[in-house]
Design a protein around this ligand. Structure first.
Ligand SMILES: Cc1cc2nc3c(=O)[nH]c(=O)nc-3n(C[C@H](O)[C@H](O)[C@H](O)COP(=O)(O)OP(=O)(O)OC[C@H]3O[C@@H](n4cnc5c(N)ncnc54)[C@H](O)[C@@H]3O)c2cc1C
Length: 453
């Protein structure tokens, strides 16, 4: 079977590998000059790191399996990571359950209510579905106190969803809280995260080698102009006005590109209308290579009206291991629409402004620490899965025969991620090989379960 996979991010790469393993003749098309998509890498201050911070969890089973398959699983640097919370000029530890009980910005009653809320969401409530009917901005102040909402929850939701934060149901937060629990390997109380030595570059280059061995044709720097549909089936892709025929097409690029690729006759089909109505969010991410560690924490949440961001991610522990002196790279992310500040702001101005914020969070910090600064911007970084999103989920197969749609818009209630994208790729491969719809489940509790084909 001759298959075109559109999109060379982790999901498309995984599809290409698994389909080729099953004997399919695969061509992988990637619009940009490099594979990796949102998980791509670059060099800053002499270090190869991800364009956007990326870490691995022990429960990222599908990613770990793929890393093993391409021969680089042993290159993960697993480290105990620590989280902190900056509030009213103080950095509070925020990694362990005991840290919540000691969290000074809340009084004892508020801490207990917050701990109860977290315990309820992660231990008692097994199912995310009832949470879809509860809006986070209404349910959380009621259940975990208004103060916990103002200090902790609101800034977290604002960072991730900005002006759409008030539309978010509790289902997404339920999944998020359950995922945070999975930063702890089974039986361990300490947070633990992994980073591939050499960044995702190590994974991407190993995957490219394996694809070459399996006979996958990788076409980088090639943007698919159109998907040709004839008599109700996808017959091929159009590049430079020429048709390249295929038996099946798998689409794993962001949803907004699909509309321009599909023929007019599909525009009125409810399946495609659903896809075209999906809303994506952009990410602005400042990356700084520093001369020294920013602070001792991997993740610092920030809630301070003077600081224009709500989080700092610090790679210093990731990049240090025996025989290797660590490099100090930090990420400061912000999610928003792509027509508003800070997405639209000039990079130098943004670095200057956010460096002032860094100084508030870490008073020792000085601009002379910066070796190099870059601002990354991803227009389709995540989905706005607001309200009852489960009712708007699109299946893998629609009305067009021999066409499979598999991208991060289908991942819900869990947040997008490489491992869950690879799980999606396995559902897509199963669907292609068996030529049928496949039921998908991306609940955090089952996210590591295998998908066999
Ligand atoms: C700030 C940030 C932090 C993140 N942190 C983590 C983390 O810590 N851990 C984790 O697991 N995940 C993380 N992620 C998520 C992870 O990067 C994504 O889940 C993953 O990259 C999605 O892979 P994908 O292949 O589905 O999509 P993408 O990575 O979006 O890839 C889609 C590809 O399609 C290509 N494309 C678009 N149009 C065309 C066309 N016409 N023809 C051909 N190709 C096309 C694009 O160029 C792109 O390469 C993070 C993402 C962001 C933005």
């Amino acid at each position: 079977m001759k298959i075109a996979v559109i999109g060379g991010g982790p999901t498309g790469m995984a599809e290409a590998i698994y389909l080729a393993q099953k004997g399919c003749q695969v061509t992988l098309y990637e619009k940009s000059g490099e594979l990796g998509g949102l998980a791509g890498w670059f060099n800053i201050g002499g270090s190869d790191v991800e364009r956007y911070y990326h870490f691995i969890m022990t429960c990222d089973k599908h990613y770990l399996d793929l890393l093993e398959l391409v021969g680089v699983k042993e290159q993960i640097n697993w480290v105990e990571t620590k989280t902190s919370f900056f509030y009213e000029n103080e950095l509070h530890p925020f990694s362990e359950p005991i840290d919540i009980l000691k969290f000074k910005p809340l009084n004892l009653y508020q801490r207990l209510r917050l701990a109860w809320t977290l315990g309820y969401m992660t231990k008692l409530a097994k199912n995310w579905k009832p949470f879809e009917d509860r809006m986070a901005c209404e349910w959380l102040p009621k259940v975990s106190t208004q103060r916990a909402w103002d200090v902790i929850w609101k800034p977290m939701l604002d960072m991730k969803f900005g002006e759409h934060a008030s539309e978010m149901s509790m289902a997404w937060l339920w999944a998020r809280c359950n995922m945070v629990g999975q930063y702890r390997p089974e039986g361990k109380s300490a947070e633990c995260r992994g980073w591939l030595k050499g960044s995702t570059r190590t994974f991407i280059e190993a995957a490219e080698r394996v694809m070459a061995e399996l006979g996958v044709t990788v076409r980088k720097g090639v943007s698919i102009e159109r998907i040709s549909v004839k008599d109700g089936r996808a017959e091929g892709v159009v590049i430079d006005n020429k048709l390249a025929p295929f038996d099946h097409i798998v689409y794993s690029a962001p949803s907004p590109f699909l509309k321009g690729m599909m023929p007019e006759e599909t525009q009125q089909m409810p399946y495609f209308q659903q896809i075209y109505s999906q809303k994506c969010y952009g990410a602005t991410c400042m990356v700084l290579a520093l001369k020294k560690p920013f602070n001792p924490y991997f993740w610092t949440y920030v809630n301070d009206p003077r600081v224009p961001f709500v989080g700092v991610i610090n790679y210093s522990d990731f990049t240090a291991w025996e025989g290797q002196e660590g490099r100090h790279v930090i990420y400061v992310p912000w999610y928003s629409e792509t027509n508003v500040d800070p997405y639209t702001r000039d990079s130098d101005a943004l670095i200057k402004d956010w460096a002032q914020g860094l100084k508030i969070v870490q008073p020792d910090f000085d601009e002379s620490w910066i070796i190099e600064g870059v601002v990354g911007r991803a227009p389709y970084a995540s989905m706005i899965c607001s309200g009852r999103y489960s009712e708007r989920l699109v299946p893998l197969r629609g009305p067009i025969k021999d066409f499979t749609f598999a991208n991060l818009s289908q991942i819900y209630p869990q947040d997008r991620g490489i491992s869950i994208g690879i799980k999606l790729s396995r559902y897509a491969v199963k669907s292609v090989l068996e030529d049928r719809e496949v039921e998908m489940d991306f609940s955090p509790k089952v996210s590591a379960e295998p998908v066999d084909f």
